[in-house]
Write a protein that binds this ligand. Structure first.
Ligand SMILES: [Zn+2]
Ligand SMILES: [Zn+2]
Length: 342
């Protein structure tokens, strides 16, 4: 099969590789669309993922959709020809954490595109049959690939106790931040405030339900009347180094901070006295669990609109250009998507 391998930092080669051989409980998926996630960029740019170095030239990409080319030999999962989205955190189902239901933080999780399991920027990928969600006809392959980051946003919203009276702040409006705007709107909160230093990213969240957009958290703080009167729920999805402290500054006393962000340097700081005096509830949110079907349903029912999240599309041959484009995105763009096959 044809695939895109990351042979060195910022060096993607289109090469031929043997087709993956599925295990008995795996389906072979003919890949159609792959959305490039900021986490793929760590290996692309730095050659490792939070200090974990791959042992081979990896195929990246974990937000994807496709068609079942070969069903699972054990009879589980969808039949050949089914259009599917895939949940990429493949839990073991046997460890103590899985038995507590927390499958997204499984001790033995396998994650395609994370060392050392190859990802989806290829004509085929083998996936556990349980990871596939069948797609209704009205959900396209690109939207289905974006159901994965939508699932991450759904998981974060489930951590928050959102109510009608809540003022919500979303720090960072990339794909997940934009999805959060749509979900908070659906939840019927009082108002949605977004902060993103890149002003070209403000228009779409404002169209999709945000009430105000700021380039800087200090503007938000001034607007709401100070650091004690801010939003009751803050979602941190900036991927910036200072976002923990910004979230704590912005949040009102007794509020909730939901941290989805991955800071560029592993050690990040916040002002302890601010967080303590406000008695903030700081909750980390990792990946997603049991969200893919919900994400696909929200898209199919027209209640969330990934087709309106600004993106640029590329072919598999252009994967290197797609990574470069999302490293330095043109104004407004939040995702590069690689179309594979047809
Ligand atoms: Zn991702
Ligand atoms: Zn497990």
């Amino acid at each position: 099969m044809k695939c895109a391998r990351c042979v060195a930092p910022r060096d993607i080669r289109i090469v031929e590789s043997p087709d993956p051989v599925p295990e008995d409980n795996e389906i072979l998926v003919s890949v159609r669309a792959v959305s490039l996630c900021p986490s793929d960029h760590h290996i692309y740019k730095e050659g490792h993922a939070s200090g974990v170095y791959p042992d081979h030239e990896m195929i990246l990409g974990h937000e994807f959709s496709g068609v079942v080319a070969k069903p699972a030999a054990d009879g589980s999962g969808p039949p050949e020809g089914t259009r599917v989205a895939i949940e990429p955190a493949w839990h073991c189902g046997r460890c103590d954490i899985c038995k507590r239901g927390l499958i997204n933080i499984c001790r033995n999780v396998v994650f395609p595109s994370y060392p050392n399991r190859d990802g989806a920027l290829a004509e085929y990928i083998a996936c556990p049959s349980f990871s596939a969600a069948p797609l209704p006809d009205n959900v396209g392959f690109v939207q289905a690939a974006l159901a994965e980051p939508l699932g991450v946003a759904i998981h974060a919203v489930r951590h928050a106790n959102l109510g009608f009276g809540d003022v919500v702040a979303i720090l960072g409006v990339g794909v997940i931040g934009t999805a959060l705007v749509e979900l908070c709107k659906l939840a019927g909160v009082r108002s949605i405030l977004v902060v993103d230093p890149n002003e070209s990213r403000h228009a779409v969240p404002l169209e999709l339900g945000a009430d105000q957009a700021y380039t800087d958290k200090d503007q938000l703080i001034e607007d709401v009347g100070g650091t004690e009167h801010g939003p009751s729920v803050v979602f941190d999805v900036t991927n910036g180094q200072d976002s923990f402290s910004h979230s704590v500054d912005v949040c009102e006393p007794g509020g909730q901070v939901i941290v989805i962000t991955i800071p560029p340097h592993d050690h990040a700081e916040l002002t302890a006295s601010t967080a303590r005096r406000k008695e903030l509830d700081i909750q980390f949110s990792r990946r997603s669990r049991h969200t893919l079907e919900e994400a696909v349903r929200l898209v199919s029912e027209g209640r969330v609109h990934p087709d309106r999240w600004p993106r640029k599309e590329f072919s598999l041959d252009e994967t290197g250009a797609a990574f470069e484009c999302s490293t330095n995105p043109p104004p407004g763009m939040v995702r590069a998507v690689v179309n594979v096959g047809e």
